[in-house]
Design a protein around this ligand. Structure first.
Ligand code: ADP
Ligand code: MG
Length: 628
């Protein structure tokens, strides 16, 4: 079978997505690969397709049990023999699985990294041909990553002890240089094909909001989107519990997840969300890794997260199915304090040298600062994110809260010059508060104690409020005309670019928001849902098919989206298939799924349409075969 046939037969797709083909081809040529693609881009397929074409077994190392279970379920649904081996199985179940595996039952086996050094497992790999070793969530191997797992280091030893070195493929969504280098070096990838694909998730709308009352904002949002699945991330367990109680009492379909709940409850709550029994998940960042739920329509951050890496990963759990989804960050300046506190109390993961600890601390502070600037910038949010991940996008995406806002441009270069003078007078001893206080000439004991009231810049910006001086300083920080030290004191310093302000080579422009016209201006382009193309009868059919999907999901105890995605159902409403051929042309309907469910969905469509082909969507006849 060719890779296209595999794609169609097992996964029901007609086309590969960006990057998938290059990685698959390289693997099939016997090369190591490193695939760096954002969450939801389709990394799994990059190793699953070649796994089915290689002669031996593919082992997939994955950090989380839930992740493995989900993937194996999805593969089994697609008619692919796969299994997982981890601590959720009993010893005898493991022995049985290994026996079946040795007999050639499985093409793909998911294993926890801890398993690699157990004698039983080592005996097993001696008996079989391991064609490929895949390391999923490969950033876990890097100490610079956010989720370093010491057990990932065992992979290296394991590869060495195999009699024939398999192809090694690694995948992650973390794009920073350090992590990338670590993966290649620690895993010992041999001249790998390294592919980084577009980190832009076009279907996601990004927003930073600063509501006075976050609770009220969240309640209002959730109520307005009550038939949609969403995740709300909070920085602390306390916030999760507080918000959870509030929403539950208000009758909202909500569950929660954090490390303070016992295992059983966590597991149940997670399943309730994945299986659509509850619409809203309120959680700390403990929730999410391994959640492949594809139909999350919004992710709200109740607090600012600790880094843009974290943010993009968490927010990226919205809209994995490619449909429009919203990522909203509720910012208050307090968030930086909460995070600073969390950083100070962060447990270091293993015995690290003091030097390493302080290096990590500095990085954490810098990450936090960059995150904070995201919340303060008035420029395109998407561009800000992409630039951080090393990509240059357009300067205006038209699909974020800044791009959809009208601003008044105010030239504050003169004020910026005075700020620079003040920073120079401070000689790197103080931070933003002292600077702003000094510049507006505040009458404060602190300033007298520091003698900044004797500076020539004291009172130089008397006509400004302290708040607006801080705004200008922030703008200068974001643009790199000033910087701060990477510690909690955040002492202001000049940079190589600072003198551009003094010399007049650069100007500082402040964007001041005009009152936003509530949502009116927002371009509807990418916020359009795919189901919007269905007319009222189409939507009715869509609802029926969804109900059937829920019914089947219950029978088989798998999450509904594993049966068919919303996209597939919408495509059915557009194509109105009456026969096998027509059904197989629907996006996401492969042969195996057709065998299992085709008849029931065809029947449901027959029943609804009475066998008459009508048009259930808006638009031209020839757009019926639209691409997703
Ligand atoms: P990642 O691991 O990169 O976060 P996944 O492998 O979980 O992403 O894939 C996300 C979704 O994209 C899945 O629902 C998957 O079936 C779908 N997908 C992957 N490749 C394709 C493709 N070529 N065409 C259509 N959908 C795809
Ligand atoms: Mg994945």
């Amino acid at each position: 079978m060719t890779k296209y046939q595999v794609l169609k037969k097992y996964f029901g797709y007609d086309n590969f997505r960006e990057g998938q083909e290059i990685l698959i081809d390289s693997i099939l040529e016997g090369r190591d690969v490193l695939g760096i693609m954002p969450t939801g881009a389709g990394k799994s397929l990059c190793y699953q397709v070649p796994a089915l074409m290689l002669s031996g077994i593919t082992l997939v190392i994955s950090p989380l049990i839930s992740l493995m279970k989900d993937q194996v379920k999805a593969l089994n649904q697609a008619g692919i023999h796969a299994a997982y081996i981890n601590s959720s199985l009993t010893e005898s179940q493991i022995a049985k699985a290994l026996t079946l595996a040795a007999a050639g039952q499985y093409k793909i086996i998911y294993v926890a990294p801890e398993r690699l050094e157990t004698p039983g497992f080592l005996r097993f790999v001696e008996q079989v041909e391991i064609s490929m070793l895949t390391v999923d969530e490969a950033h876990c191997i890097s100490q610079w990553g956010q989720d370093f797992r010491p057990s990932y280091l065992k992979i290296v030893q394991f590869i060495k002890c195999l009699k024939k070195r398999p192809i090694v493929s690694a995948f992650t969504a973390t794009a920073t240089e350090n992590v990338r280098g670590d993966i290649i070096c620690v895993l010992g990838l041999a001249e790998p094909e390294v592919l980084v694909t577009g980190f832009d998730r076009k279907n996601l709308y990004f927003a930073v909001e600063t509501p006075k009352k976050k609770d009220a904002y969240v309640m209002d949002y959730v109520t307005k989107h009550e038939d949609e699945n969403g995740i709300i991330y909070c920085a602390t367990r306390k916030n999760v519990d507080m918000l959870y109680e509030k929403m539950r009492t208000a009758g909202i379909s909500v569950t929660r997840y954090h490390a303070g709940l016992d295992n059983e409850e966590r597991k149940n709550n997670q399943e309730d969300f994945v299986y659509d029994r509850f619409r809203v998940m309120i959680a700390t960042n403990a929730f999410g890794m391994g959640i492949d739920k594809s139909d999350v329509r919004y992710v709200i951050h109740y607090n600012m997260p600790q880094s843009l890496e974290n943010y993009y990963q968490e927010a990226g759990r919205a809209g994995r199915d490619g449909e429009a989804a919203e990522c909203i960050l509720l910012y208050s300046p307090q968030d930086i304090m909460i995070n600073q506190f969390l950083l100070e109390h962060k447990e270091q993961k293993q015995e690290m040298e003091d030097e390493d600890i302080s290096a990590v601390r500095e990085r954490d502070e810098e990450r936090l600062r960059i995150m904070n600037y995201y919340c303060l910038t008035k420029d395109c949010l998407r561009e800000y994110i992409l630039r951080y991940f090393g990509e240059y996008g357009k300067t205006s995406c038209g699909n974020c809260s800044n791009c959809s806002q009208k601003f008044e441009l105010v030239d504050v270069t003169d004020a910026a010059k005075k700020i620079v003078l003040c920073v120079k007078e401070m000689h790197g001893r103080y931070g933003m508060n002292v600077a702003a206080g000094t510049l507006v000439g505040a009458n404060r004991a602190k300033l007298r104690e520091y003698h900044t009231d004797t500076y020539s810049s004291y009172g130089a910006l008397r006509e400004f409020s302290e708040e607006s001086v801080k705004q200008i300083i922030n703008q200068m920080l974001i643009k790199g005309y000033l910087t701060v030290t990477n510690d909690k004191y955040a002492l202001l310093k000049t940079t190589a670019k600072t003198n551009d302000i003094i010399s007049g080579a650069a100007e500082v422009i402040l964007k001041e928001s005009k009152a936003r016209q509530q949502g009116e201006d927002r371009k509807k382009v990418s916020s359009q849902r795919k189901s919007d193309i269905l007319n009222s009868k189409g939507l009715e059919l869509f609802d029926r098919l969804r109900a059937l999907r829920t019914e089947i999901a219950k029978e088989e105890s798998v999450p509904p989206y594993i049966i068919f995605s919303d996209k597939s159902l919408i495509d059915m409403c557009v194509k109105v298939p009456f026969h096998q051929d027509e059904m197989l042309s629907v996006n996401g309907v492969g042969e195996n799924k057709y065998r299992k469910y085709g008849a029931r969905f065809l029947q449901a469509i027959q029943d609804y349409t009475g066998g008459k082909k009508e048009k259930y969507y808006f638009g031209e006849e020839n757009t019926a075969d639209f691409r997703f």
